[in-house]
Design a protein around this ligand. Structure first.
Ligand code: PRP
Length: 216
């Protein structure tokens, strides 16, 4: 069986994968194994429907889709904005809703009013740069981190952070507050540009079925 006979899905590991897998199952695809918390498997096959599903780090999903290693990706809009890949974004999936925010200790609000150069820690340097340079016209020093970004202003690495806020618990439990909202975010379906032509019927069916069964 050639790779081209399968429709290949890349799912961002973590928060979005479970919800994505539930939607895929509700449109009749078998990817139940993804929901097994004990499995270390990264790739799952539904032979009956000729689909494969793999779990990748969120920021890598647009890369797999751009290069055609996956036909379809399910990933957060934050990652799409940050990675800026040549892929089609075909649907807002309506889950994984959160906000990209500038956050920090409440006293840091003053620093965002002026024009002084401040330090911003983030996993999203591109989104952060676009916001400060194009929207706010404030010069900032961007410090790239890979996670637990809330630590940065607490330990004095940065003045503020640019990060995702979902429930707000991480900020609250660490004595930080939202200072400004950059943009709202949600999970998106993305498609490889060649697959969109070569596997158009199958991909269109997935989009339509998903819209019927999973979007309220
Ligand atoms: C994300 C984000 C915040 C947290 C926000 O981190 O970077 O830290 O979730 O969620 P909340 O508002 O519901 O508390 P994630 O859990 O992905 O881990 P990471 O910091 O290691 O990247």
């Amino acid at each position: 069986m050639k790779k081209d006979d399968y429709l290949i899905f890349a799912l961002g590991k973590g928060r979005l994968a479970r919800h994505a897998a539930e939607c895929l199952m509700s449109i009749g695809l078998d990817c139940e194994e993804i929901l097994d918390k004990n499995t270390r498997k990264l790739i799952f096959t539904d032979e009956k429907n000729k689909c494969k599903f793999f779990l990748a780090k969120g920021p890598d999903v647009p890369t797999y889709v751009e290069y055609g290693a996956a036909d379809i990706g399910i990933v957060g809009e934050d990652t799409i904005l940050e990675e800026n890949r040549n892929i089609f974004e075909v649907m807002d999936l309506g889950f994984g809703k959160c906000r990209m925010c500038i956050a920090g200790p409440k006293e840091a609000a003053e620093l965002l009013k002026g024009r002084e150069r401040i330090k911003v820690a983030t996993k999203y340097p591109k989104i952060c740069k676009d916001y400060f340079y194009n929207e706010k016209n404030q010069t900032v020093e961007i410090i790239k981190l890979n996670g637990s970004v809330e630590l940065a202003p607490i330990v004095g690495l940065s003045d503020v952070i640019c990060d995702i806020v979902e429930t707000g618990s991480t900020l609250k439990e660490n004595g930080l507050v939202v200072l400004e909202e950059v943009c709202p975010l949600s999970a998106r379906m993305v498609v490889n540009q060649v697959s969109m032509r070569m596997k158009n019927d199958r991909i269109t069916k997935i989009i339509n079925d998903w819209r019927d069964k999973c979007l309220s």
